[in-house]
Design a protein around this ligand. Structure first.
Ligand SMILES: [Fe+2]
Length: 427
């Protein structure tokens, strides 16, 4: 995400804004971001795909000169034996490693510091992240902290890393796409406030999409993380900073999720579906890396913070409402995506833009229903809605380039719909 160049425009952000001022600030920032996105080059990791891809990634580490690898993961994955495939291969190739399994969800600075200490004390010269978004984000900060000798907290912000240790990723979920992005989020130990670090240097050297590593992911997590991928793709597609390059990756990710998420959800042992979902997650990461996200993520982040809903599920709950909100302004784009991805199939070649856009939105709703997303939001309370709406509006204004800006009242209205749907399911 090219979020941070906009922070240079902070002067434009008075704390209290009318909607007209909000629009003026947001549109000025969007124009700046649009200009920046055209000239900034974001590196890409080497991508290995398939059941042998873990080994191909290890071979690359070895060829690049790694002598002792810090494997970063979490205790659940370690107890499930997920790292075994890697550690056996490293042993066979006489490459030393040290395993750190202390990463927790929404990792804090102290978690990152602990991983850093393991890496430094064991003289590791390469880092292999084996896990979901939390593991990969923490690994990125360990890698730039060890390389620069700077404390993790000092590396939050934009372009703070002058260098990075060789970093490699093997995602265990098909979701965040963090293995393809230039950002990492770390939480404060006391306040739990999240800080973002953005630097192209933390893009991993290589990533492996190995379906056997993702095989054991429970169905509900497959569903949640899969809709996260779809949301990355759709928000990047609707962004006003989308380019032909981001469009290619966003459309490809959308097509893959539509085709393979139901299969991966229904049968976790379907390795073809797992692999295609892993590729979709990677492509989604590439797309939103440059085009950014939007209101779905902004509201989902708030729902996660207030009610503890997992990120992917929160996106799944919000996504249909934002597609509805954007439907008129993004009609042409949504129709184009429906045609490009084959969602409007050959039976409907005559569908006009209205029909194609509506069909795409309907298909997204069907997919969310098919994978049984739990739309209940425990303890959702209208007393929170204004605060949630303001927080989401601020995130959009400061970070994203959306096709349509919503008022606080419009966001509150969406939250009431989310509550009504949740209440209906709870009774
Ligand atoms: Fe996401």
């Amino acid at each position: 995400m090219l979020a941070q160049p906009l922070s240079a425009l902070k002067k434009l952000s008075p704390s209290t804004l009318s909607h007209a001022s909000y629009l003026a600030v947001a549109k000025t920032r969007a124009k700046a971001l649009q200009a920046i996105s055209l000239v900034v080059t974001v590196p890409r990791p080497q991508l290995f795909i398939g059941e042998q891809s873990c080994y191909e990634l290890c071979d690359m580490m070895i060829h690049e000169g790694a002598t002792k690898v810090l494997i970063v993961t979490d205790t659940v994955l370690n107890q499930l034996g997920i790292p075994d495939k890697i550690t056996r291969y490293l042993e066979q190739n006489n490459i030393a490693y040290h395993l750190f399994d202390g990463i927790t969800p929404d990792p804090t600075f102290s978690v990152v510091e602990a991983g850093l200490k393991h890496s430094v004390d064991n003289h590791c010269d390469a880092i292999l992240a084996l896990g979901g978004g939390s593991v990969i984000d923490a690994s990125k900060i360990i890698a730039i902290s060890q390389a620069t000798g700077r404390k993790p907290k000092k590396l939050m912000g934009v372009l703070k890393a002058s260098k990075c240790m060789p970093l490699y990723c093997i995602p265990t979920t098909a979701g965040t796409g963090s293995e393809a992005t230039l950002g990492a989020v770390i939480s404060d130990d006391k306040t739990h406030q999240k800080s973002l670090s953005i630097d192209p240097r933390m893009v991993p050297l290589a990533s492996a999409v190995d379906p056997t590593i993702m095989q054991g992911m429970p169905a509900h997590i497959t569903a949640d993380t899969g809709i996260d991928v779809l949301t990355h793709a759709l928000e990047a597609w609707m962004s006003v900073t989308a380019t032909s390059e981001t469009d290619y990756y966003a459309a490809s990710a959308t097509r893959l999720v539509m085709q393979y998420l139901p299969k991966a959800y229904a049968n976790g042992d379907d390795l073809k579906a797992r692999e295609q979902m892993g590729i979709a997650a990677h492509y989604g990461g590439i797309a939103f890396n440059k085009a950014g996200l939007g209101y779905v993520h902004a509201i989902a982040h708030q729902l996660g913070a207030h009610y503890g809903i997992p990120h992917g599920r929160a996106n799944a709950i919000v996504l249909p409402y934002i597609l509805d909100a954007n439907r008129n302004v993004s009609k042409d784009r949504l129709a184009a995506l429906a045609r490009k991805t084959g969602v409007v199939d050959s039976d409907q070649p005559q569908a006009n833009d209205d029909e194609a856009a509506d069909y795409l939105i309907a298909q997204v709703r069907h997919l969310i229903a098919d994978v049984n997303i739990d739309a209940r939001v425990k303890d959702i309370n209208p007393a929170d809605f204004k605060k949630i709406a303001k927080g989401a509006a601020k995130e959009v204004r400061d970070t994203y380039t959306v096709p349509r800006y919503l008022t606080t009242a419009q966001i509150v209205a969406i939250l009431h719909k989310i509550k009504a749907a949740s209440d209906a399911l709870s009774t």
